[in-house]
Write a protein that binds this ligand. Structure first.
Ligand code: GLN
Length: 186
């Protein structure tokens, strides 16, 4: 669990409810022995700076590039996107998920809202909490869309990467985390 900034505690609780042993990652040594990583929501520009000051950027980029499974939510999705629109100048990403993410894509008027989402493979709708969420304005050919809102992807998967523009850790509905954990290599 990347724990530099943002809503990481809620993810740790969700992972704990599912029996996963979540380790909070703040320095490079914390990466040892990780089987998977969660990148939380929060503020991607702050995380961008903290990735440098913590020394985590290069070792994390190496692990993600080597196929470490990653779940990214909201700002975490921004950190994974190959292309970023409306980032701050110089803002970088791990470029591991072939999508274009538009930061704060719902604008100032509708900054935060909730919606029921039909997620592929789930019978009951999932409540999506969107907080100054990014929009996914392009998906690459290898990106599978798991949920849409108004015809736009809000939850996607590509190889070992899963990402959502909303906050699944804030609702107590752990199905998305369970899906991510179920997809990890044994
Ligand atoms: N707007 C935030 C950003 O740019 C993301 C918001 C969130 O993670 N809830 O990082």
């Amino acid at each position: 669990m990347l724990a530099l900034q943002g809503a990481f505690r809620e993810h740790v609780h969700a992972l704990g409810r599912l029996g996963a042993d979540a380790v909070e990652v703040r320095v490079p040594a914390d990466l040892e022995g990780l089987d998977a990583l969660v990148l939380p929501g929060g503020e991607s520009t702050a995380m961008d700076l903290l990735l440098d000051s913590s020394g985590l950027r290069a070792p994390l980029a190496d692990r993600i590039g080597a196929g470490l499974p990653v779940l990214g939510t909201c700002a975490g999705l921004i950190l994974l996107a190959t292309d970023l629109e409306d980032g701050v100048e110089g803002q970088r990403t791990f470029a591991a998920l072939d999508v274009t993410a538009l930061r704060n894509g719902y604008g100032r008027q509708v900054r935060s809202f909730e919606a029921d989402l039909a997620v592929a493979g789930e019978e009951a709708p999932m409540r999506g909490v969107f907080i100054r969420a990014p929009r996914i304005t392009r998906t690459g050919p290898d990106v599978e869309v798991l949920a849409e809102l108004d015809g736009e992807p809000v939850c996607v998967r590509s190889g070992p990467i899963m990402a959502a523009t909303f906050h699944p850790e804030l609702t107590g509905d752990d199905r998305l985390h369970a899906r991510f954990l179920a997809g990890l290599p044994a």
